[in-house]
Design a protein around this ligand. Structure first.
Ligand code: NAI
Ligand code: MG
Length: 353
């Protein structure tokens, strides 16, 4: 096992992205040392500061610079003085699309010491497999007659057979490795072209793999996440439905500060990107109180993707154990600062008992 070495690009980004990222890299380094691998971090100073001095979120050849890395660890991007579509389309969306990160994977479970706002959520444990590069978030469309009474806007949803097959295959594999329950989010009663196509292709893929799909209208599925969250195992959803249902599920699990998200290119032709679900949180940035668990969990997903399963498990166990011991940041009702929580995790990363 000697010589396992990885090159990871770090885009800490804005606001608390900077604060939670240093927690993650120090803990990953500790886990790496304990498990016999190493990571070379390539720091990228991209994001809103870069935008203010260069007029772009990343260099012209930014994607080329990332292309030979093993993975990308992202903090958060977004600043109050820059429009959110600029920060999103200038960095995150180009990375997701250029590197064909067509799976957005969001595990959701209730961590120790985190309480759900739901009454009946004990044991909630699901993963959302969101299509990440096509669907409703397309550039196809346009606007006409701006500012006039005739003004109109059209935006087309794009679903391809290849795109739906590959996301369905990924979700089927997840379900088979878990409880075997696959729920597909749809709206084929109202959206009769793209969503009927989605239903057909998902069913074909699942049937070929010997799995039954539980097809559910997105509105009813939203209610089920709230009322019977434990009945869900793997949810496969289009880009828009997956976006909404994963935030709903993350909220059901208690705190935005702990939720992770992975943008994966499953064939590993390109680097995948791992990030917390939360944003740059300008309201608490600079105070040293951000919860680093979402970033730590994202880093654990990165280790899993790199094949470092023992490291991933060790890191996950370390932050779960710190939470269980009552070390918690303020968003979880505790008193710990980011640095104090990180120290508690770090001590557990190297603990060999
Ligand atoms: P946000 O996630 O930054 O903050 C929402 C609320 O949750 C705030 O009250 C914040 O203090 C709290 N919060 C978030 N993460 C936390 C953590 N780790 N520990 C403790 N409390 C935490 O969402 P918001 O305010 O809507 O967006 C702020 C900026 O972040 C915007 O510019 C937005 O575009 C950007 N954003 C970026 C994302 C990304 O980089 N992927 C994702 C979401 C938002
Ligand atoms: Mg979202």
């Amino acid at each position: 096992s000697a010589g396992r070495h990885y090159q990871v690009d770090v885009i800490a980004g804005d606001g608390i992205g900077q604060e939670v990222m240093s927690a993650a890299t120090v803990c990953v380094d500790a886990v790496a040392e304990a498990c016999g691998f190493s990571i070379a971090w390539r720091d990228r100073d991209w994001g809103s500061d870069y935008y203010r001095s260069h007029g772009r979120m990343m260099p012209v050849d930014g994607l080329e610079q990332l292309a030979d890395g093993d993975a990308i660890l992202l903090g958060a991007v977004g600043a109050p003085d820059i429009p959110d579509d600029v920060t999103l389309w200038g960095l995150l969306i180009p990375i997701r699309r250029e590197f064909l990160q067509y799976v957005n994977l969001r595990p959701v479970r209730i961590l120790p010491g985190v309480s759900s706002p739901l009454r009946d959520a004990d044991g909630l444990d699901m993963v959302i497999v969101r299509e990440n590069v096509e669907g409703e978030y397309s550039e196809v469309g346009g606007r006409l007659y701006r500012g006039r009474p005739e003004e109109m806007a059209v935006q087309e949803a794009v679903f391809t057979r290849r795109g739906v097959v590959r996301i369905a295959e990924y979700a089927v594999a997840q379900a088979k490795a878990r409880r075997g329950l696959l729920t597909s989010a749809t709206k084929s009663n109202g959206i009769i072209h793209t969503m009927l196509f989605w239903d057909e292709v998902v069913a074909e893929v699942a049937t070929a793999a010997g799995l039954e799909v539980d097809k559910m209208l997105i509105d009813a599925l939203a209610a089920r996440v709230v009322l019977k969250p434990r009945s869900l195992d793997v949810i496969v959803a289009s880009n828009l439905f997956g976006d909404i249902i994963s935030d709903l599920a993350a909220a059901a699990a208690g705190s935005i500060g702990v939720a992770p998200s992975a943008n994966i290119n499953p064939p590993k032709d390109h680097p995948s990107m791992f990030e917390p679900v939360h944003g740059s949180a300008p309201d608490i940035a600079g105070q040293g109180i951000a919860n680093p668990v979402g970033q730590l969990w994202a880093a654990a997903m990165m280790l899993q993707h790199l094949g470092e399963t023992e490291g991933a498990d060790r890191l996950t166990a370390a932050f779960e154990s710190a939470l269980a011991a009552g070390v918690r940041t303020r968003d979880l009702g505790g008193q710990a600062t980011t640095a104090e929580f990180t120290q508690a995790v770090l001590a557990r990363c190297t603990d060999t008992s």
